[in-house]
Write a protein that binds this ligand. Sequence first.
Ligand SMILES: [Ca+2]
Ligand SMILES: [Ca+2]
Length: 112
Amino acid sequence: MGGNNHILSQLEIVFYIFVKVKHNKGGLPTCTKQAVKNYFRKFDTNGDGKLSFLELKNAFKMLGVKAPFWEALQAINKADDNGDFCITDDELGTLAEFVIERGISIPASYSA
Ligand SMILES: [Ca+2]
Ligand SMILES: [Ca+2]
């Protein structure tokens, strides 16, 4: 009796993981690197072709993250290759990877 229950619970765990993976695959179609890039490019409000710390913070704030200041700081720390404390277009790919890793979702309208 006890052994049967044990097998059942293992099957349940496998099933749960399977459903979760399936859900994630279908549930996050907007979280492509391109969508993240499209989104963040809109926040270059002074049009100098790069995202300053404040522009980045504003972009995270509009996504509804809990700590936009902290996210922006970490994003710069990860994606700012040349150390100018701004994210240029060629650094946007690394920024996108960071955003996706953090599980931050971008509005669907930016995926095209
Ligand atoms: Ca800018
Ligand atoms: Ca930079």
